[in-house]
Design a binder for this molecule. Structure first.
Ligand SMILES: *Cc1c(COP(=O)(O)O)cnc(C)c1O
Length: 393
């Protein structure tokens, strides 16, 4: 059998077929932009241009002065508008990303005992952070198999219900609702790292909606942001009054007072803020949350409809209502190693379609965040078809 290099027994080609990285996808099938990762994810060229255009005026200047504070103010007001936050809510921000926010929450949001819905890697980590905090009671953990999500169960003494809007490791999204019958001052605290800016939610169902900007907001990592209800702000006040020891860098009270002054407690990455601000304004100028919802609905139906009509592909999440509109997980037939498909795509500049490592499935995972052009997702499905056919030949 001839190999792509035309030499029988070519050492870099499988003797029985095609080495994945040697497949050349015809140019007319390729997407205009080949970044389909689930975070960090595609950054639009205009966001990079925004950093460049502020390269001499804002980059390299003090975050305690107006030029940077104005960008923080714009991020905070833009996010409030995008989310439709009622009066009394605040956008709070600090350094460290969502992972650090879990530790922040163990000091400044959980009073005594939290309940966690664990249905993937990310949701399990907040539960672990709460379980190992010596000043908290043991959390209640409700689990289910990956590919589904459990629902919160109201229980006396639970003061934080920890939900995850979009479990990025499995592609499961959940509707956010307050558990009926929960204690009157219990807070609903939502990890929205990959959902915020992509999936719809109602502030009346949530108290804290936290995220980092490298997913739907197409910026870089390292920052956490949290939309906080008046009830959440009361809780933060109560828990950061000095009675409970808290490292200053994790102190939500300090973060709130800095945020309302349009700054962070310590130095933030300015480029991250500029790119985030550009993305929020891009969403608002195009029509805000409704426009985003329409865009991710179009992108995700392209991908799921395609997967459903291929004999060798199946959406991993069996309940269509739980399939994420921003992260698609697509199982492949065992005869088609997903690693080979990803390698062939990567060799053609189409990157980061790999499944979440620890899930251990023969799967593709595709970021469909608002920055990703719906037409590029259609092109991606064409590229996968091409690669699968080439691998089989
Ligand atoms: C990516 C992600 C995180 C981790 O975010 P970092 O900013 O890297 O800490 C947490 N939760 C979810 C749901 C995520 O998708």
């Amino acid at each position: 059998m001839s190999t792509p290099h035309g030499v029988a027994g070519c050492s870099c080609c499988h003797p029985w077929g095609v080495e994945a990285s040697h497949i050349t996808i015809p140019t007319d099938l390729l997407p205009a932009d080949g970044r389909f990762g689930c975070g960090p994810s595609k950054v639009r060229a205009e966001q990079i241009d925004a950093v460049a255009s502020l390269g001499r005026s804002v980059m390299g200047t003090s975050h305690r002065q107006a030029p940077v504070k104005n960008i923080v103010a714009s991020v905070r007001s833009g996010l409030s508008e995008l989310f439709g936050l009622p009066d009394g809510w605040e956008i709070v921000l600090g350094n460290g990303g969502s992972t650090v926010f879990w530790d922040v929450a163990t000091f400044g949001l959980i009073r005594e005992r939290s309940q966690h819905l664990v249905f993937g890697e990310f949701s399990s980590k907040f539960a672990e952070a709460a379980a190992s905090a010596p000043h908290l009671g043991q959390p209640e953990v409700i689990r289910c198999e990956p590919g589904d999500h459990p629902d919160p169960i109201a229980a006396m003494g639970i003061d934080v219900y920890a939900l995850t809007h979009n479990e990025t490791s499995t592609g499961v999204a959940m509707d956010l609702r307050r558990p009926q019958g929960a204690d009157a001052d219990a807070l609903v605290v939502v990890d929205a790292t990959s959902a915020a800016g992509g999936l719809a939610w109602r502030p009346s169902d949530v108290d804290v909606y936290y995220f980092a900007p490298q997913k739907s907001f197409a910026s870089d990592g390292g920052l956490w942001l949290a939309a906080c209800s008046p009830e959440a702000l009361d809780r933060i006040n109560e828990l950061t009054d000095g009675r409970r020891w808290c490292p200053a860098s994790l102190d939500l009270g300090i973060a709130v007072s800095n945020s309302t002054q349009q700054q962070t407690y310590n130095t933030p990455a300015l480029a991250t803020l500029i790119m985030l601000d550009n993305q929020v304004n891009w969403m608002l100028h195009n029509g805000g949350a409704a426009w985003v919802a329409e865009r991710v609905a179009r992108s995700s139906s392209t991908v799921y409809d395609w997967a459903t009509t291929r004999e060798w592909a199946t959406p991993f999440v069996s309940d269509p209502s739980k399939r994420s509109k921003v992260v698609a997980t697509i199982d492949l037939d065992d005869a088609i190693p997903a690693g080979d498909v990803c390698a062939a795509l990567r060799a053609n500049g189409v990157v980061d379609t790999d499944s979440y490592r620890k899930l251990g499935r023969n799967q593709l995972r595709i970021g469909m965040f608002p920055a990703v052009d719906p037409d590029d997702l259609a092109a991606l499905t064409g590229c996968i078809d091409y690669v699968v056919e080439a691998l089989a030949s």
